[in-house]
Ligand binder design. Structure first.
Ligand code: 1GP
Length: 246
């Protein structure tokens, strides 16, 4: 499956929802159960990744667990090269553009490049931008989060990513953020780029999801919402509905 085309075609109809599952936080059985519920709720694809506690064994098992439970495409959302699973369909081949550490700008990517090339994983090039508060993603990625109240630095980073040829720009407030990326910042980045715009971090309500797509997000990511749900399908469905309603 050509994931880029799949996402692009669907996007012509409506914005998309992606569910992030973290093998560093949940065991394989739980990941399979969450993926099943998210699929029933209408999510468009599953992202697998996290900031800490990841090993290749855990990521492999998570991807296989998801594939046993759903037919949804699985996209890796990697932090380190050693945990890049070849069992997924695609990989966000990403650079954390506001990291101060070479490793997260190009180092891990260089280490995984030959394997990605040989594996059949489809690379989806992405500029990853961490916005305040940034949470664990900022700490682990050695990023000084970009300001929430002044869109200019985020716009400049997004434009640089697009000029590098990156097809996806991800505005990340950090998993579990108390406040998601503000709508005016999303709108300013949307105005400045034509790449596919992904927004995530702290989106747990219908209103927050509607605000993100209203401001111009093409893809909305939620993770904590599904991890904390006791009834995954029921709790996720309204938020996914708000994304799809665009
Ligand atoms: C983190 O943007 C994602 O990379 C998801 O964040 O867990 O807050 O939904 P949440």
């Amino acid at each position: 499956m050509d994931l880029h085309n799949y996402l692009r075609k669907l996007r012509r109809e409506r914005p998309l929802h992606l569910t992030l599952l973290d093998p560093g936080k949940s065991d394989t059985t739980t990941i399979g159960r969450l993926a099943h519920g998210a699929a029933q709720a209408g999510t468009d694809a599953i992202m697998v990744g996290g900031s800490t506690g990841l090993s290749l064994e855990r990521v492999d098992a998570a991807v296989l667990g998801i594939k046993a439970q759903t037919h949804l495409p699985v996209i890796l959302f990697p932090t380190v090269a050693k945990a890049v699973s070849t069992k997924a369909d695609a990989i966000f081949f990403m650079s954390l553009l506001n990291s101060s550490e070479r490793r997260f700008l190009v180092g891990e990517q260089i280490e995984s490049a030959a394997m990605v090339h040989q594996s059949g994983l489809q690379p989806l090039s992405m500029a990853y931008l961490i916005i305040e508060p940034g949470m664990a993603a900022a700490r682990v990625g050695k990023a000084t989060p970009l300001p929430r109240d002044d869109p200019r630095p985020a716009v400049a980073h997004a434009m640089a990513g697009e000029l590098f040829g990156m097809r996806y720009i991800y505005l990340e407030a950090g998993s579990g953020a108390t406040e998601p990326v503000p709508a005016p910042l999303i709108a300013a980045v949307r105005d400045a780029i034509s790449a596919t715009l992904i927004v995530g971090g702290g989106i747990r309500t219908v209103d927050a999801a509607a605000a993100a797509v209203g401001a111009g997000a093409d893809l909305v990511v939620t993770g904590t919402l599904v991890e904390r749900a006791s009834m995954v399908k029921e709790e996720l469905q309204p938020v996914i509905g708000a994304v799809h309603a665009g």
